[in-house]
Design a protein around this ligand. Structure first.
Ligand code: SF4
Ligand code: SF4
Length: 259
């Protein structure tokens, strides 16, 4: 549904509400252990060599009032300087002390949501979540999307609904990111994976951008995980969208329907 612009900004209090409502892990798996096998034991997305967390000034104020886990990211090379050169003046690039010191309740929104972002259609509908595809060769989750818990999807949607109520720039940035993804996947002739806010699996067709039901097996496996057997799906898929599991190897659990 189209949203009206609200001349407000997310305050530290809004981020505090988001932190309270959004604690669910992506899945029952410790996905950091899976990708960490390729990164000296540390989760790949917790390394600023790979992904630098960005927060707005209100979230940064909140984090500073709660913990000394974080500091401003120090740019060490020209490539990173270029990467961060178009950062909005209200945003900060930050870095934590490292995975060994992680404080679950003091993770940034970007830590809680990774590897997903809110997918927004051309018609401005926030219909679910898709992936930061540039990490698909390294992020284990992106090769095993059936592991995502319904609770994570529900909390993700609720958190972004609240954030978008206050921060239209955030909405517009995600709408633009969704459009970039459509352009890229159209070029690649690949369907965009979409975990719907109704707890079902969809794809965005590369030709028409129509959103239709999908099976996880259609999305493929990437990079380090190309040869993986499918991981066991979260129970919610068998309950809400059993068709989505068709075509996954039948050894991975009783809940997966036969091919
Ligand atoms: S979200 Fe992806 S990159 Fe981050 S810890 Fe899990 S598998 Fe690794
Ligand atoms: S706060 Fe935790 S989840 Fe976020 S980057 Fe640091 S170690 Fe990773």
């Amino acid at each position: 549904m189209p949203r009206k612009h609200q001349p407000k900004q997310a305050s530290p209090e809004v981020y505090e509400r988001i932190y309270k409502m959004f604690m669910a892990p992506v899945s029952a798996f410790d996905c950091g252990a899976k990708c960490g096998e390729h990164n000296g034991g540390a989760p790949i997305c917790c390394s600023t060599d790979v992904a630098i967390p960005i927060v707005d000034k209100h979230e940064w104020n909140l984090l500073q009032s709660r913990t000394d886990l974080w500091h401003e990211f120090e740019v060490k090379d020209k490539a990173t300087e270029k990467e961060l050169s178009d950062l909005h003046e209200d945003c900060r690039a930050i870095e934590c002390k490292g995975a060994r010191f992680c404080e679950r309740e003091n993770r940034s929104v970007s830590c809680r949501t990774f590897p997903f972002f809110p997918y927004i259609t051309r018609e401005r509908d926030f219909i679910g979540m898709s992936v930061f595809w540039t990490f698909e060769d390294r992020c284990w989750v992106q090769s095993h999307l059936q592991i995502v818990n319904l609770r994570f999807i529900d909390e993700f949607v609720a958190a972004y609904e609240l954030l978008f109520e206050y921060d239209m720039d955030e909405f517009d940035a995600n709408k633009e990111h969704s459009a970039n993804m459509r352009r890229t996947f159209t070029r690649w002739k690949r369907p965009i994976p979409l975990l719907g806010r109704d707890g079902r699996c969809y794809k965005v067709l590369p030709e028409t951008h129509e959103v239709v039901p999908a099976r996880f097996a259609e999305f493929g496996k990437w990079g380090y995980y190309e040869k993986d057997l499918p991981a066991e799906p979260a129970a919610n898929w068998a309950d809400l969208d059993p068709q989505a599991l068709k075509g996954l190897a039948d050894k991975i659990g009783a809940k997966v329907p036969a091919k």
